[in-house]
Design a protein around this ligand. Structure first.
Ligand code: PXG
Length: 290
């Protein structure tokens, strides 16, 4: 049996899992999504991801016809059907089928899609040696226009930044706010460690409030660090003791250089390594069993 995809309460083979070209998710990027992981039959922080999905939907006045409880059940059922112990889960809610105009009132029913698949892990080398970051000219979307806290299907802002990094030979881009403060990377949040404090950009600056970011902050407190959300400049990053990124796919990745400035001693930092170990433990504990 091949992979089955959930669309609006029904399961389809991967090759038949299709949506209309009139879906406003395709025509306008009008919709929201989540990327979630499961580890050894435990969906990591599932309630938090579902909460963010419904908040994103609320922010764009998109009505999700099923309850949070039923959404959790649909995710679990899809994982069980596909017999996946470790998975990457993509949960998507689009505005649904409308006409060629952007009026969302023409879309009668939101489409709910759940794709569960094996995860493609990043190379081990990245975690041992650390990542090099480059800053890019495209700023993060200004929150007054499209708040990055809404995890919407329109990811062009991030994709443009990714292209700019790739163009100059880097894998990941560091994005700034329109006023020039540190925001986040294209699909990951950023942290620094300075004099025993764990610091990450405040969410009001216009970033996605990552679930992994929250986990890293909790672990930081647990291991006795002072944890702060703050406004950070490029200079704060250049002069940090340690730096790392957090995200569902990447987990915790050490950063060893930013725009050619070496961070710390150019190797993954001690505290970063401790946080990575604690994070691994958390994935064995903090989730919904199936
Ligand atoms: N910032 C942005 C802009 C993101 O898209 C994160 C931070 C981290 O959030 P979480 O909740 O995952 O800790 C994300 C994550 C991927 C991928 O495959 C990740 C995201 C979106 C699309 C793809 O790595 N979002």
């Amino acid at each position: 049996m091949g992979l089955k995809v959930y669309i609006n309460g029904e399961y389809f083979d991967k090759k038949d899992a299709k949506i209309s070209v009139f879906d406003h998710g395709l025509l306008y990027g009008d919709g929201v999504f989540e990327g979630i992981r499961s580890y050894n039959r435990l969906v990591f922080k599932l309630e938090e991801h579902i909460q963010r999905l419904y908040e994103s939907a609320h922010g764009i006045m998109l009505d999700i016809a099923i309850s949070r409880k039923d959404m959790i059940k649909a995710v679990i059922d899809t994982l069980n059907l596909n017999k996946l112990d470790d998975a990457y889960i993509r949960l998507i809610v689009t505005r649904g089928i409308g006409d060629l105009g952007l009026d969302p009132r023409k879309c009668k029913d939101a489409a709910i899609i759940i794709i569960t698949d094996k995860i493609q892990l990043y190379p081990e080398k990245l975690y041992k040696e650390g990542l090099r970051l480059i800053t890019v000219p495209t700023p993060r979307n200004i929150p007054e226009a499209l708040n990055p806290q809404i995890k919407s299907l329109n990811y062009l802002n991030n994709i443009l930044a990714k292209i700019e990094a790739i163009n100059v030979g880097y894998e990941e881009a560091l994005m700034f706010t329109a006023s020039g403060y540190v925001a986040e990377c294209t699909g990951d949040n950023i942290f620094i460690i300075k004099d025993g404090s764990l610091i990450t950009p405040s969410s009001y600056l216009g970033i996605l409030k990552g679930i992994t970011r929250g986990v890293a902050m909790d672990i930081g407190k647990k291991i006795g660090l002072e944890v702060k959300e703050d406004v950070l400049t490029r200079h704060n990053l250049f002069t940090a003791d340690e730096c790392f990124l957090t995200g569902t796919a990447a987990e915790i990745v050490p950063v060893v250089s930013i725009e050619k400035r070496i961070i710390g001693n150019g190797k993954p930092g001690k505290i970063t390594l401790a946080l990575m170990r604690e994070f691994k433990e958390s994935t064995k504990r903090d989730g919904v069993k199936y």
